[in-house]
Ligand binder design. Structure first.
Ligand code: ADP
Ligand code: ASP
Ligand code: MG
Length: 464
């Protein structure tokens, strides 16, 4: 018997209509595969409401109440439409109501303490999945199948990096297998909460925004699933963000490396950490559409089968800043790069791209924090090198974007970089910095934020 792990995103469980589609897909896939397990996101918009409610509680007593009302209403409407049987509806309400009370209580405490710690925020922002999973499980049951909602905080053991936790293996694998395999053997569909986990001591954590995809991969890998299907609201991975370029097309297949680059450099369709758990076990990922379930979607495997153009897709990440550390004494002085990035890490800034030009005697990198914070950290951390004049200047440039062209074919095809730069120069776009990853299936280019859309469109034309 084969096993399919299906992850349903926020829109896919965002309304009664969507959830009934989920139940129908579950039935079809169980017939096809034999066994299915599910990971769900919170209903669309709920995580945002929880976070905004918590922040409002900080500034205004009772500021979270409108969020609580909206969350209750959204679930209540779905319960009424989906669960005709009053006892079934009451059973789900009896799970969701206490979770809303928990939200109010936690927010009240945030208001009293005047503090919203990352740990408290995780306990609050993870509540949406704990509401959606019982609702989805009850809907599947009401269609005559056996299902059980599972709280991932019981089975996904994570580090204590609140807001950005990662699972600890092998504990996580063991617990997932121990809890879910008996259900699967008995034909029960486990409906696991995405996005959340807990530390060994039971503190609630989250895996980062959009992290339910990652949960899907973690659970799928632990169960040795035959495929992980990520159900979302588009037919698959596209040549670029369809909201940015209308001509974007679906890609039938991508390699793990190509998908990693796309996700890392901003394609919201998949959380960047999703690939990691499935690669070792070579489990295929398929991105597909809950609202167009017959479409095959995009298959992500070790080697992509579709040939096509050397540049397959393009993505962008906005609101970045570029920092350049310059100095004649930088080259050949051991440890300067280490100290530079140590200083950047000390303020929690995330470096997405590095480029070093030895002739210029500089290191430049693109990072996510506010530029003045990082510049200050560098001035403090590199004080002695600055005093010795090994480092002459630290320059910050805000409002840049990284545009990334992705395609494994770039490795074998000479002149792809030249082609990318030519189309940019034809549009009069100035390239600020360049980096090519060692995987050689991506070229990243830094341009000014105002050139972002034009750069994406120009490179996108190469995918056609
Ligand atoms: P879910 O809630 O199902 O996880 P997300 O909103 O997180 O869904 O991700 C799906 C969205 O990602 C799509 O609706 C689309 O707008 C956006 N997106 C960005 N880049 C791409 C891309 N290259 N291919 C497909 N979708 C993309
Ligand atoms: N509900 C979480 C979020 O909105 C996780 C997810 O949807 O993947 O970030
Ligand atoms: Mg998502």
């Amino acid at each position: 018997m084969a096993l399919l792990l299906m992850k349903f995103g926020g829109t896919s469980v965002g309304s009664a209509d969507a959830i009934s589609r989920v139940a129908a897909i579950t039935r079809d896939q169980q017939v096809r595969w034999g066994q299915v397990a599910i990971v769900v996101s919170a209903m669309s918009g709920v995580t945002d409401l929880l976070i905004r409610g918590a922040q409002a509680a900080l500034h205004e007593r009772g500021g979270y109440r409108p969020a609580a009302l909206q969350i209750r209403e959204k679930h209540e409407v779905a319960i009424r439409e989906l669960l005709g049987d009053e006892a079934e509806a009451a059973a789900v309400r009896s799970i969701i109501e206490p979770l809303i009370s928990e939200f109010e209580l936690l927010c009240h405490s945030v208001g009293v303490l005047g503090e919203l710690s990352p740990r408290a925020l995780d306990a609050i922002s993870g509540l949406g999945e704990r509401m959606s999973a019982p609702l989805v499980a009850a809907t599947i049951q009401s269609q005559g199948m056996a299902a059980e909602a599972i709280d991932a905080s019981d089975i996904v053991v994570t580090t204590a990096e609140f807001g950005n936790a990662v699972p600890i293996y092998p504990e996580t694998r063991e617990r997932i297998r121990e809890r879910l395999l008996p259900l699967l053997h008995h034909g029960v569909v486990p409906v696991v909460t995405g996005f959340v986990g807990a530390t060994e001591t039971g503190a609630l954590t989250t895996l980062g925004r959009g992290g339910s995809d990652y949960s899907g991969a973690i659970v799928g890998a632990a169960l040795d699933a035959d495929e992980v299907a990520i159900y979302t609201d588009v037919d698959g991975v596209m040549t670029t963000d369809p909201r940015q370029v209308r001509e974007a097309r679906i890609l039938p297949s991508l390699s793990y490396a190509e998908m990693s680059e796309l996700a890392y450099f901003g394609a919201k369709v998949l959380h960047p950490r999703t690939i990691r758990p499935v690669v070792e076990r070579e489990i295929a990922i398929r991105i597909r559409n809950t609202f167009n379930a017959d479409h095959e979607g995009t298959l992500i495997v070790r080697e992509s089968t579709s040939g096509g153009r050397p540049v397959k897709a393009v993505t962008s990440i906005k609101s970045m800043s570029l920092i350049t550390v310059e100095g004649r004494g930088m080259i050949g002085v051991p440890g300067v790069a280490a100290r530079t990035f140590g200083a950047v890490a000390s303020v929690g800034a995330n470096v997405l791209m590095i480029s070093q030009a030895s002739s210029e005697q500089s290191i430049c990198f693109v990072q996510t924090s506010t530029a003045p914070t990082v510049v200050q950290a560098l001035e403090d951390g590199l004080g002695s090198a600055i005093a010795r004049r090994d480092i002459d200047r630290i320059i910050a440039r805000e409002d840049v974007v990284i545009v990334t062209a992705v395609g494994a074919g770039m490795r074998e095809t000479p002149g792809v970089a030249a082609m990318v730069f030519r189309v940019l120069s034809e549009q009069g776009i100035n390239v600020v910095a360049i980096a090519q990853g060692s995987s050689e299936c991506a070229i990243s280019i830094v341009v000014s934020a105002r050139d972002c859309d034009a750069a994406v469109r120009a490179i996108h034309a190469l995918t056609i």
